[in-house]
Design a protein around this ligand. Structure first.
Ligand SMILES: Cc1cc2nc3c(=O)[nH]c(=O)nc-3n(C[C@H](O)[C@H](O)[C@H](O)COP(=O)(O)OP(=O)(O)OC[C@H]3O[C@@H](n4cnc5c(N)ncnc54)[C@H](O)[C@@H]3O)c2cc1C
Length: 406
């Protein structure tokens, strides 16, 4: 039966969900306070990281926590004024920083990631992304101090059958001669892709959705009830609703009476003009958490995790951190010409919520994709469209359900 579906939030998750729902013949209306694709989906590192199953909830985090807390120059930082607000989430996160939970998360993420590229392939062939996608793999580099952790992650990826090639220092140099030799070795992921301009890709998917009959309403939604969305001046009735508001989804699930512990891991990017040819493919430093990606805008350096909520202004120290760490990797970089702050949506077990809401059978959720939302857009859209259409009856997606927090 064809349904009328409202989608609240048109980032990559909302857009890909809309695309799949329209393909199944449903009627879709997108609601967003901004242009589609302008949230976290706008400024990410653009990596389709099909290899990214090993999560951040690793036992080593607990060991490194004191240095993270007291240094403003580390991959993870917490704004002190936000500390008390984040304590409940942080406690749940720390509870998940053990070997068993880490493996469990890695398996759940990998079950999605194995379909991430093939699902995008179907969409990209349809919307025509031309040269906006590059298929040159991605490179991780690391220093001596991280060798042990890297070896553990490599082993886990091997168990999950993720394609990776471990590289010596010389092999990293041969692959990316422009990199300053700050590394002890590397790992190459040959299958992954990257976007040369994430926003243009979102625009293409959105245009296709409009062509298939979708409607777009630009408005800031303040209130949700079981069958209405309310903004400052308007009330919109809906039959079915999908919440894909990224890191901003929690206010709505709270209003629906579900306590889902969604937080944001804030991240930043800067662009270095005319530097996109200094490397051939995305390069991520595991020591700093900074990801360099060649893009149309120049070289994009993205990364860091800042725990400071949705309302605090950008932190210039974090921007300086990304800039300085990029310059350690590529010594001739000029100063960046811009900077951007984005909000990763993250649950404390590092597994997204994809599925029906607990209380309303006409309301669905798809959010919480943390560092992998750009990669997981197409596969999430495909799953949620099956769930809403009830045509994936043989598939069990309960491991991504919000009921795990009840
Ligand atoms: C620095 C950084 C680097 C990253 N790099 C990568 C990467 O390389 N690879 C990868 O896979 N992932 C990466 N990510 C993560 C990825 O960008 C996110 O997981 C993904 O974009 C989340 O998509 P989304 O659609 O859930 O949310 P968003 O893109 O944030 O979309 C949510 C939408 O909801 C709308 N909205 C919110 N509140 C309201 C409201 N009240 N009313 C109306 N509309 C509303 C917003 O305007 C927005 O358009 C990165 C993230 C950051 C910050």
């Amino acid at each position: 039966m064809k349904k009328k579906i409202a989608i609240l939030g048109s980032g990559i998750i909302g857009l890909c969900s809309g695309y799949h729902l329209l393909k199944k013949g449903h009627a879709v209306t997108f609601y967003d306070r901004n242009e589609p694709g302008s949230g976290a989906s706008y400024g990410n590192a653009g990596s389709f990281s099909d290899y990214g199953a090993v999560p951040l909830n690793q036992p080593s985090i607990i060991k490194n926590l004191p240095s993270y807390l007291f240094s403003s120059f580390s991959p993870l930082s917490i704004r002190w004024s936000y500390l008390w607000k984040i304590i409940p989430w942080a406690l749940q996160f720390l509870k998940n920083c053990n070997e068993k939970s880490m493996r469990d998360t890695a398996e759940k993420m990998n079950d999605l990631l194995v379909f991430s590229l093939s699902e995008y392939d179907r969409i990209f062939k349809d919307v025509g992304v031309g040269d906006l996608i590059e298929k040159k793999g991605a490179l991780y580099i690391y220093g001596n101090e991280n060798k042990e952790q890297v070896a553990k992650s490599n082993l886990l990826r091997e168990e999950l059958k993720i394609k990776q090639i471990v590289l010596s220092k010389q092999e990293v140099h041969d692959m990316e001669p422009g990199l300053h030799p700050v590394y002890a070795g590397g790992i190459y992921f040959p299958n992954s892709w990257h976007a040369r301009n994430p926003k243009k890709i979102s625009d293409k998917i959105f245009a296709k959705c409009l062509e298939m009959g979708a409607t777009f309403i630009q408005d800031e939604i303040k209130q949700i009830q079981s069958n209405t969305l309310t903004s400052e001046n308007n009330t919109y009735a809906f039959e079915h609703l999908l919440i894909t508001a990224g890191a901003f989804s929690k206010q709505f699930t709270d209003q629906l009476g579900e306590k889902i512990p969604l937080e944001t891991e804030r991240g930043y990017h800067v662009h270095f003009k005319d530097c996109e040819n200094m490397i051939k493919r995305p390069v991520c430093s595991l020591d700093s958490g900074v990801y360099l990606t060649p893009m149309e805008q120049g070289l994009r350096a993205a990364g860091t995790v800042e725990l400071a909520g949705l309302k605090n202004p950008p932190n210039p120290k974090r921007i300086k951190y990304v800039t300085d760490e990029s310059k350690k990797m590529l010594s001739n970089l000029p100063d960046p010409y811009d900077s951007w702050l984005g909000f990763r949506p993250t649950l404390p077990d590092f597994v997204p919520v994809i599925g029906e809401s607990k209380k309303y059978e006409n309301i669905f959720y798809a959010f919480g994709h943390h560092h992998l939302g750009w990669t997981l857009g197409a596969v999430t859209g495909s799953i949620i469209a099956k769930l809403i259409s009830k045509d994936g009856v043989n598939l069990n997606f309960s491991k991504y359900s919000s009921s795990r927090f009840s």
